[in-house]
Design a protein around this ligand. Structure first.
Ligand SMILES: NC(=O)c1ccc[n+]([C@@H]2O[C@H](COP(=O)([O-])OP(=O)(O)OC[C@H]3O[C@@H](n4cnc5c(N)ncnc54)[C@H](O)[C@@H]3O)[C@@H](O)[C@H]2O)c1
Length: 281
């Protein structure tokens, strides 16, 4: 780098040639979609594959995983499905082994899987509480732990987690306490992991989606309700899975090579406004 912190064209060109991004190998969890269209996992797989990554499509539902993998293969990309429940720590190791044996290495992990069980705290059973923490938090930790040695072997890598604005604000009157606890823990863990894994050449960042127009929400809310929720954001309605996928690609790729421990909201600016803005007072 030059002394004035600017980077010359020659340096940028040399950097582009040495970055592993476009021959990277990604493992994306929860990479099917629970309905027609694109969830954030499925969109991330497709975008990463279009950019050159080979992708292992991990989902607990075999048909959903296969559908996403077939989509990539149909576009001429590289993908392989892997059926596993992220709550099973042994499966995390097997998924990483599958990436290495199929595509030769692992450079990128997208911890996309997430489940939301609505309920106020007094309504939540032990099983309800365990579900969010086991899938959303422990699942992310199991996969990250399994991925680290392979990423080191590959010369470095990037972990991208998918959190939620629910980790920061009350996002639904139906109750979000278990979901919020699990996503908040995911965000805290990501910051600590950025410090732990940075010296190994592994970056860890988190995308924080707001309300998205995805199959996940389309099954729970009407189109009008989704748009009403989105319209509270300064940028208004319109956010979908591709907005998250583009943030994932940025944080997985060379453009963010000096970014770690960041949380990036993809929410139309929703987290910048308080209820006062909509109180009419
Ligand atoms: N849609 C939104 O509005 C919104 C908002 C904020 C955050 N998010 C987050 O985005 C992610 C949602 O991803 P999506 O849109 O791809 O959702 P999706 O529900 O369409 O897909 C998730 C996939 O995960 C799989 N899955 C569920 N439990 C699993 C497990 N234990 N092991 C392995 N796979 C499992 C499902 O079979 C499904 O195919 C989640 O982390 C969610 O918390 C979504």
């Amino acid at each position: 780098m030059n002394g004035d912190n600017a980077i010359s064209n020659e340096e940028q060109a040399a950097t582009d040639q040495t970055l592993p991004c476009f021959d990277g190998v990604a493992l994306v969890s929860g990479a099917g979609s629970r309905g027609p269209g694109f969830g954030t996992g499925k969109a991330s797989v497709v975008l990463l594959a279009r950019l050159g990554w080979a992708v292992v499509v991990l989902d607990s539902d075999a048909a959903r995983a296969e559908e996403t993998a077939e989509l990539v293969l149909g576009e001429g990309g590289r993908a392989s499905s892997f059926v596993a429940d992220v709550r099973d720590s042994a499966s995390a190791g097997l998924a990483v082994e599958h990436a290495v044996s199929t595509f030769g290495k692992l450079t990128t992990l997208v911890n996309n899987v997430g489940v939301y069980k609505p309920g106020l705290v007094t309504q939540m059973t032990d099983d309800d509480l365990a579900l969010s923490l086991d899938v959303n938090t422990k699942g992310m930790l199991y996969l990250t732990r399994a991925a680290v040695p392979a990423m080191q072997e590959a010369g470095g890598g990037a972990v991208v987690n998918i959190s939620s604005i629910s980790a920061h604000v009350q996002a639904s009157p139906a109750g979000t306490v278990a979901y919020a606890a699990s996503k908040g823990a995911m965000e805290s863990a990501a910051k600590i992991l950025a410090g732990e894994l940075g010296p190994l050449g592994i970056r860890v960042n988190t995308v924080v989606p707001g309300t998205l127009n995805t199959p996940l929400l389309q099954l729970a809310l009407s189109q009008k309700e989704i748009e009403l929720r989105q319209s509270v954001a300064p940028l208004g309605a319109g956010g979908n899975a591709w907005d998250v996928a583009q943030a994932v690609a940025f944080l997985a790729g060379p453009w963010s090579r000096w970014i770690s421990g960041a949380t990036l909201p993809v929410d139309g600016g929703l987290l910048t406004v308080s209820a006062a803005m909509h109180s009419g007072a």
